[in-house]
Design a protein around this ligand. Structure first.
Ligand code: AMP
Ligand code: ZN
Length: 505
């Protein structure tokens, strides 16, 4: 398929080739959206009761890459990522204090002050990692009415029951006509035999049942009136309410970290199916965990690294600070479904690799062209897309981009050749994949505003003019000094037959 007289294919044609690993079927499936050329995607967002750690960031950066690739394929994507600002209790079995209320009590703040503080921090971090904002970022507290309506409807259908002011989903009843455990591949009998009645859960008919609505204890600050009690929604319900409101009964993709598969996503499927009579999601996607010292990064165990510690190097697990783009590149070097362990050695290798990729990318537009290419550039580009279409395989894409960089460097050293058409196409595709899809920006440029970039351009024009004058006067000492000092400052100057060019390292 040709585009603009060349082989560059994306949009409708490429998107037909996209395969996604669906956690529901346990297989890679060819992606077909419900509405042609449109995608509805819901990703469970953070519970904003403390700073996000790098593990959380990995999940959101993975979905950012997925969102970006779908946009790159010309899909119109409605990407919903919620903020959990109520209802997430300390314990997955509907027990314990609300995480946000607890933090509010400890910090002597209003719960909404906690929410504001950590949601703002989350947005700042996402911006540093160059993650695009979602299309809608709804909150649990902004959708209490919807959650009450869904609870009423499930009660009417006989798939939930009220007990002492709380409402619980009846898992056994649901399992008579559906399959509870279908996503996490758990058998209900095993779940029952593995469950135990927890203190304070006598209200439940079965320990597997989960809360749709919980009556608030007198000390529980975050509470809303409902037909059953002054209380708050169960954690799982918010995602059903918000995904249903913005994406409908059935939508394309639902994502989250794999630790959310059970019980959270399993319960979401049960609630939504009970509510609408339809299976809500066609493709369930789960990202794997970021580990530190071989163990899952987690807020509750304290085995974690916070983004600002990574940037500043102020953490005993790393030997120095790393730029957010290096961390993003490091994450992109692993497939989103593979576990990834964080270490300084791995980060150091990524730092070098990132610099190599970006300097190769910077060279392409100004490569000297020949009548023919000595390598098959069309095949190279197809290889990039084949990697991404194979369940967003970014490590393979990056390996293929490095092969292209080797070729680019050879052309630059006049040991290989590239045609004008191939050069322009390679420059365009590589730039789009690195910047638009992987979300990687040159390190210096990533921190600069447009105004600052213009000022830098003008300044570099002056410096290179002065250097040109020095060279004309055969003042090689000054000319080399300018080049070396610029290199130290992160700017690479290149002298070519056509003139002198510069790029940010
Ligand atoms: P939470 O704020 O705890 O609800 O988590 C927000 C998101 O981060 C969820 O999708 C989790 O699955 C994900 N997550 C938590 N810990 C990790 C980790 N160590 N690595 C990757 N993702 C994680
Ligand atoms: Zn969720």
């Amino acid at each position: 398929m040709e585009k603009d007289g060349f082989f560059y294919v994306k949009g409708e044609v490429m998107s037909k080739d996209l395969k996604i690993y669906n956690s529901l079927s346990g297989e890679k499936e060819t992606f077909a959206s419900i509405v042609p050329n449109q995608v509805g995607m819901y990703v469970c967002g953070p519970t904003v009761y403390s700073d996000v750690h790098l593990g959380n960031c990995r999940t959101f950066i993975s979905f950012d890459m997925i969102y970006r690739y779908l946009l790159h394929l010309d899909y119109k994507v409605r990407y919903i990522r919620n903020i959990t600002d109520a209802g997430h209790l300390e314990n997955d079995a509907d027990e314990g204090e609300d995480k946000i209320s607890k933090k509010a009590r400890l910090e002597e703040l209003e719960p909404m002050e906690i929410v504001q503080k950590y949601a703002t921090g989350f947005h700042d971090v996402m911006r540093l990692f160059n993650a695009l904002p979602p299309s809608i970022e709804p909150t649990a507290t902004g959708h209490i009415i919807e959650q009450i309506e869904i609870t009423k409807s499930i009660l009417e259908k006989g798939l939930a029951y009220e007990s002492n002011g709380s409402v619980y989903f009846d898992v056994m009843k649901y399992d008579e006509t559906s399959n509870y455990g279908e996503l996490s591949k758990r058998k209900i009998e095993d779940l029952i035999s593995g469950s135990r009645a927890l203190d304070g859960q006598q209200e439940k008919r079965n320990p597997l049942d989960f809360a749709l609505w919980k009556k608030a204890s007198p000390s529980h600050i975050m509470r809303w009136p409902s037909p059953w009690s002054d209380g708050f929604p169960g954690w799982h319900l918010e995602c059903t309410a918000m995904s249903h409101k913005y994406l409908g009964d059935e939508f394309d993709i639902h994502g989250g970290g794999m630790d959310l598969k059970f019980p959270h996503h399993e319960c979401e499927i049960a609630q939504a199916t009970a509510y609408t009579g339809k299976k809500p999601v066609n493709y369930w996607m789960h990202t794997n965990m970021l580990t530190l010292n071989g163990k899952k990064m987690s807020k509750s165990t304290g085995n974690n690294l916070l983004p600002y510690e990574l940037f500043s190097g102020e953490n005993q697990n790393i030997e120095k600070g790393y730029h957010p783009m290096v961390a993003r590149f490091f994450m992109m070097q692993a497939h989103y479904r593979s576990e990834l362990d964080f270490s300084s050695d791995a980060l150091n290798a990524s730092e070098k690799g990132f610099a190599k990729l970006m300097s190769g990318l910077g060279l392409v537009p100004s490569l000297k062209v020949s009548s023919e290419s000595s390598e098959n550039v069309k095949q190279m580009i197809e290889g990039f897309y084949a990697a991404m279409n194979d369940d967003f395989n970014t490590p393979i894409l990056i390996a293929r981009l490095f092969d292209a960089v080797t070729y680019i460097n050879k052309v630059n050293d006049q040991k290989a050749e590239i045609s004008a058409v191939d050069r322009d196409e390679l420059a365009k595709v590589m730039q789009e994949l690195v910047s638009d899809v992987l979300g990687l920006q040159p390190i210096l440029a990533s921190g600069l505003s447009d105004d600052a970039k213009n000022t830098l351009d003008a300044t570099m024009d002056i410096i290179l003019e002065l250097r040109k004058n020095a060279r004309a006067a055969k003042d090689w000492g000054t000319s080399d000094l300018i080049r070396d000092k610029l290199k130290e400052a992160g700017i690479v100057v290149k002298d070519e037959r056509e003139g002198t060019s510069w790029s940010l390292q």
